[in-house]
Design a protein around this ligand. Structure first.
Ligand code: ADP
Ligand code: MG
Length: 291
C-alpha cells in the first residue's frame, strides 16, 4: 500500500468529518461486508419520551417520585426521559443512597431505607420479583414496540412506564445507502425485542439482536466474524466499547462517551449518520487506487 494514497484517503475523509485513526483503519473499512449498528443514541436520537405510567398499589405521584429519584443518578436516555416527564408531576426528589448503575439492565438505590430498582424485565427477574401485575402493561408495550421501565420497591413491583425513542432524521436513507453498497445490516440493542423489531422494520434493517447485554455485544460481532463477515460496528455508548474494539472497524459518534471514542477506529465528527456509507466508499476507492 502506498502511504501517499492512504494519506489522501484519510485527508478526503477528514474534510467530510470522518476522522480515520491511521492507515489500518482505512484499509479495514475498505473490506467491510456487514455493518452492525447500535440502536439507542446511534440510530435513534437517544431522546425518549414517556408515553404512559401505571402504578401498582401506590399513588401515581409517589411512583413518579421514586422512579425519578433513582434515575437522577443515571445518564441513560430512559433516565433523562423520566426526569423530564416527572417534573410536571412532582417537585421534590428523595435523597439517594447506594446508587448503582446496572449496565444494560437499569439502576438501583436505597430510598428512606428501602431498596428501589428501576429497569427492564431481566433486572427484576434477576431479583426474583413477580412480574404478573404488569402482564397487561407489558403485552401492550410489546404490541406498540415501546420500551418498558419497571419499578420495584422492597422486591415488589410498584410500577411500569412505557417509553418510545425517535429515529434520527435521515437514518432510513443511510440504511438504504449501505444496502446499495452491498453491505448487510444488523441492529444491536440492549432494548426489548419488541422495541428492536419496531425500529428495524421502520429502517429496513434485515437482522436484529435485541436484549443484548453490553458484554454480549462483542460476542455477536465475533459470531458474525466467525461466519466470514468483515464487521464494522457503529456505536456511541460505554456499552458499545468492547464491541467497537472487537469489530474489524469501530465507528463512534463524536457525541458518544469518551470510552467509545477511544475504542473506535473512526470518529464521526458531525454526528451525521450519512458519513458511514461515505467512509466505506472513500476507503474502498482508496484501496482500489492502491492495488
Ligand atoms: P441500548 O443498547 O439500547 O443503548 P443499554 O444497553 O444501555 O441499551 O440498556 C439496555 C436496557 O436496559 C434498556 O433498554 C433498558 O431496558 C434498561 N436500562 C438501562 N439503563 C436504564 C435506566 N437507567 N433506567 C431504566 N432502564 C434502563
Ligand atoms: Mg447506545
Amino acid at each position: 500500500a502506498t502511504p501517499t494514497a492512504l494519506m489522501v484517503g484519510i485527508g478526503r475523509a477528514a474534510t467530510l468529518g470522518i476522522l480515520i485513526k491511521g492507515h489500518d483503519a482505512l484499509e479495514a473499512s475498505g473490506t467491510i461486508t456487514t455493518v452492525v449498528l447500535d440502536k439507542t443514541g446511534t440510530l435513534t436520537t437517544g431522546r425518549m419520551t414517556v408515553e404512559n405510567i401505571t402504578a401498582f398499589g401506590i399513588p401515581e405521584h409517589e411512583l413518579w417520585r421514586l422512579t425519578a429519584s433513582v434515575e437522577q443518578g443515571s445518564e441513560h436516555a430512559i433516565a433523562h426521559a423520566i426526569q423530564k416527564a416527572a417534573a410536571s408531576h412532582i417537585t421534590v426528589l428523595h435523597p439517594l443512597e447506594d446508587f448503582k448503575v446496572l449496565p444494560g439492565l437499569g439502576a438501583s438505590a436505597r430510598i428512606a431505607g428501602h431498596p428501589v430498582l428501576v429497569g427492564n424485565a431481566d433486572l427484576l427477574r434477576e431479583h426474583g420479583i413477580d412480574l404478573n401485575p404488569a402482564a397487561s402493561a407489558l403485552a401492550e408495550a410489546h404490541e406498540q414496540g415501546h420500551t418498558v421501565a419497571l419499578v420495584a420497591r422492597d422486591a415488589k413491583l410498584i410500577g411500569a412506564l412505557a417509553l418510545t425513542d425517535t429515529i434520527k432524521p435521515g437514518a432510513v436513507d443511510v440504511i438504504r445507502a449501505l444496502h446499495a453498497q452491498r453491505l448487510k445490516t444488523v441492529l444491536l440493542t440492549g432494548d426489548s425485542p419488541a422495541a428492536g423489531a419496531r425500529i428495524a422494520a421502520e429502517l429496513g434493517i434485515e437482522r436484529v439482536h435485541a436484549g443484548v447485554a453490553p458484554a454480549q455485544k462483542a460476542d455477536i460481532v465475533r459470531q458474525l466474524q466467525e461466519t466470514g463477515e468483515r464487521v464494522a460496528m457503529v456505536g456511541d455508548g460505554i456499552n458499545d466499547a468492547v464491541a467497537l474494539a472487537t469489530a474489524d472497524l469501530g465507528l463512534a459518534l463524536v457525541s458518544g462517551t469518551d470510552i467509545a471514542l477511544k475504542a473506535a477506529d473512526i470518529i464521526l465528527v458531525r454526528d451525521d449518520l450519512h458519513v458511514i456509507p461515505d467512509a466505506i466508499a472513500i476507503s474502498r476507492k482508496t484501496l482500489r487506487t492502491i492495488r
